[in-house]
Design a protein around this ligand. Structure first.
Ligand code: ADP
Ligand code: MG
Length: 562
C-alpha cells in the first residue's frame, strides 16, 4: 500500500539480535514466555487506562491471550486484546531499544560469547527473542480507542530493517505471527506449546487460551472449542503453601523483566488497619539502569487484583529501589492516581510495612545465608548505603546491614559489619574509626592510619562514592560514635598511656620554633600547624577541621564542578 515504508533498525538492535540468536539458542523456549509476558503487560495497561475511560474496552471486555499454530503455513500466532500500539509506539518500542541502561549494556559487551550471553540475560531480551525461532515476524496491532482502519503492520526478518504499513485491524490489541525457521517445527504442537506455557507462564493472571486439540488418524488436530491452558489466578493471592519455588521464580522473571533467578523473596498477607498482600523480591544482580532516573521497573501496584501501575515509586524508598514485586491493596480506591499516591497516609503505612519486610528479609539472609548476603551486598551494597540518609526511622537497622572493608582484613572485600567491628574494639576504645578516600588503595595507604596500625586499632576503609554521604548521615551505631581518622585533633583518650602523653608534650615544646616557622611560611594556606603523634613513618599529613567537609568530599565536589 501507499503507506508502506521500510525503516532501518537502530545499530544496537542489529547487534543485540545477532548476539541473542546465538547465545540464547539452547534456551529458546523462553521466547514464548517473553511474548506472553508482553501480552499480559499490554492487558494490564488497558485495564488501567480503562478505569478512567471505559470506552477503550470496545464491547470486548474479556481480556485474554490466544495462541494458535498453523502446520501448513508453519506459523505460530500469539494475540492479545490489550492496549495495542500506535504507529509511533511501534517505532519506539519495537524498532529501537528505548530501555534505560542500554548504553551501559553495550559498553560492557566483550565479544566473548559466554560472558555476553550472561549480560544479555541481565539486560532482558523481550520481544526480540522471538527471532531465535522465527526468520520472519509479522506484528499487527491497533491501539485501544483508535478506529479499525488505524491498524499498523510491522514486519521484519530480523536482519537490518523492517517494514511498516497502515492496515485495517478490527480487533483491538496485538497479533504476532512467527514464521518458524527451518527445523523449529516442534512449536507446531499442541503438547509442546502447552508444556512451555505451564512451565513459564502459568502465573499469568489472565487466561491463555488455545483451541482444544483432538487426535485424528494419529495427528493432533485443533477443534473449534477453546480451552484455558494456564491457571489464570493471581499467584500472590494464593496461600504460600500452594505456590512452589519454581512458580515464585517464574513469576519474578515476569514482574522484574529479568532472565535470572531472584536471590530471595518475602510473601505476606497483612491484615489490620491496612489490608494488603505483598510479594517482594530481591534480585540476584543489579539491573543496567540501577542509577538511571528513567528506570521503569519496581513495584507493581494492584487494588483487589486489578493492575493499577508499574513502578509505583511511592511504595519503596530510593535505597530499596532494587526490590521488585507486587503489592495488592484491599482498601485503596481503584481510581487512585500517582498524585494521590504521593500524599496518602494509607500508602505511607503500606510503604512502612513493606520496608520492614524487606529489611527483615535482608537480616534473615545475612544471618542464615551469609554467601547469599555477600552476593546481595556486591550487587546492591552501594544503594543500601543511601539508606541511613534517607530513612531516619530505620537507620539503626540499615546500619546493621552495612558491610565495610577494614584494616582488620586489609582487603577491598566489604565484609565487616559494625557489629563485628564493635566486637573487636580495644579496651578503652570509644569510637568506631573510619577513613574515606577516593580509592581503596588511597584509603589503605593513608598516613592517617599509621598510629592505628601501630596500636592495632581497626579502621573501616571507605572508598565508594556514596560513603561520604553515608558518613555524613551515620554518626553513631549502637551508642558508639563514628569518627573519621582524618579529621580534627586526634584524641585517642584512654587508648594512650601516660608515658606517651608526656613524650608528646615534650616533643611539642621542643618543636615550637619549627612549627612557628612553618606557619609563617604557609601563611593563609593553612588554618593551623600542629605537632602530631599520629604518624609513625610519614613526616607530615593534612587533616581537615572537625566540622569541615572531608578532603575527599571536597575533591568529589570539585570534580563535579561545584
Ligand atoms: P519490556 O517488556 O521489558 O519492555 P520487550 O522487548 O518485551 O521489553 O517489549 C518492548 C516494548 O514493546 C514493551 O515495553 C511494550 O511497550 C511494547 N510491546 C511489546 N509487546 C506488546 C504487546 N503485545 N502489546 C502492546 N505493546 C507491546
Ligand atoms: Mg517484555
Amino acid at each position: 500500500s501507499a503507506t508502506k515504508e521500510t525503516l532501518g533498525f537502530q545499530a544496537e538492535v542489529k547487534q543485540l539480535l545477532q548476539l541473542m540468536i546465538h547465545s540464547l539458542y539452547s534456551n529458546k523456549d523462553i521466547f514464548l514466555r517473553e511474548l506472553i509476558s508482553n501480552a499480559s503487560d499490554a492487558s494490564d495497561k488497558l485495564r488501567f487506562e480503562g478505569l478512567s475511560d471505559s470506552a477503550l474496552f470496545e464491547n470486548d471486555p474479556e481480556l485474554k491471550i490466544r495462541i494458535a499454530f498453523d502446520r501448513e503455513a508453519r506459523t505460530l500466532t500469539i494475540s492479545d486484546n490489550g492496549i495495542g500500539m500506535s504507529r509511533q509506539e511501534v517505532i519506539e518500542h519495537i524498532g529501537t531499544i528505548a530501555k534505560s541502561g542500554t548504553r551501559e549494556f553495550f559498553s560492557q559487551l566483550s565479544g566473548d560469547q559466554k560472558k555476553d550471553a550472561a549480560l544479555i540475560g541481565q539486560f532482558g531480551v523481550g520481544f526480540y527473542s522471538a527471532f531465535i525461532v522465527a526468520d520472519r515476524i509479522t506484528l499487527t496491532t491497533r491501539r485501544a480507542g483508535f478506529t479499525s482502519e488505524h491498524g499498523v503492520r510491522w514486519e521484519s526478518e530480523g536482519a537490518g530493517d523492517y517494514t511498516l504499513e497502515t492496515v485495517a485491524k478490527p480487533a483491538r490489541g496485538t497479533e504476532i505471527v512467527l514464521h518458524l525457521r527451518e527445523g523449529e517445527d516442534e512449536f507446531l504442537s499442541d503438547y509442546k506449546i502447552k508444556s512451555v506455557i505451564r512451565t513459564y507462564s502459568d502465573h499469568i493472571t489472565l487466561p491463555i487460551v488455545m483451541k482444544k486439540s483432538e487426535w485424528k488418524d494419529g495427528v493432533e488436530t485443533p477443534t473449534d472449542e477453546d480451552e484455558t491452558v494456564n491457571r489464570a489466578s493471581a499467584l500472590w493471592a494464593r496461600a504460600k503453601k500452594d505456590v512452589s519455588e519454581e512458580e515464585y521464580q517464574e513469576f519474578y522473571k515476569h514482574v522484574a523483566h529479568d532472565f535470572e533467578l531472584p536471590l530471595a523473596w518475602s510473601h505476606n498477607r497483612v491484615e489490620g488497619k491496612q489490608e494488603y498482600i505483598s510479594l517482594l523480591y530481591v534480585p540476584s544482580h543489579a539491573p543496567f539502569d540501577l542509577y538511571d532516573r528513567e528506570r521503569r521497573h519496581g513495584i507493581k501496584l494492584y487494588v483487589r487484583r486489578v493492575f493499577i501501575m508499574d513502578d509505583a515509586e511511592q511504595l519503596m524508598p530510593q535505597y530499596l529501589r532494587f526490590v521488585r514485586g507486587v503489592i495488592d491493596s484491599a482498601d485503596l480506591p481503584l481510581n487512585i492516581s500517582r498524585e494521590i499516591l504521593q500524599n496518602s497516609r494509607d500508602i505511607d503505612a503500606i510503604k512502612a510495612g513493606s520496608v520492614k519486610k524487606v529489611l527483615g528479609l535482608l537480616e534473615d539472609l545475612a544471618e542464615n545465608q551469609p554467601e547469599k548476603y555477600v552476593e546481595f551486598w556486591n550487587a546492591f551494597g552501594k544503594v543500601l548505603k543511601e539508606g541511613p540518609g534517607e530513612d531516619y526511622a530505620n537507620k539503626e537497622r540499615i546500619a546493621a546491614l552495612l558491610r565495610f572493608a577494614s584494616t582488620h582484613t586489609d582487603t577491598d572485600a566489604q565484609v565487616v559489619s559494625l557489629k563485628d567491628y564493635i566486637g573487636r574494639m580495644k579496651e578503652g576504645q570509644e569510637a568506631i574509626y573510619t577513613i574515606t578516600a577516593d580509592s581503596f588503595a588511597a584509603a589503605q595507604h593513608s598516613p592517617h592510619l599509621e598510629i592505628f596500625r601501630k596500636k592495632g586499632i581497626e579502621v573501616l576503609l571507605l572508598s565508594d562514592r556514596v560513603d561520604e554521604w553515608l558518613s555524613g548521615n551515620l554518626n553513631e551505631f549502637d551508642g558508639k560514635p563514628l569518627k573519621s581518622v582524618a579529621k580534627g585533633g586526634l584524641d585517642l583518650g584512654a587508648l594512650e598511656d601516660e608515658a606517651e602523653k608526656t613524650a608528646q608534650k615534650e616533643a611539642e615544646d621542643a618543636m615550637k620554633p619549627l612549627v612557628e616557622r612553618i606557619k609563617t611560611t604557609l601563611g593563609e594556606r593553612v588554618k593551623d600547624v600542629r605537632v602530631t603523634h599520629r604518624l609513625t613513618d610519614s613526616p607530615a599529613c593534612l587533616v581537615t577541621g572537625e566540622g569541615d567537609m572531608s578532603a575527599n568530599l571536597e575533591r568529589l565536589l570539585k570534580a563535579a564542578g561545584q
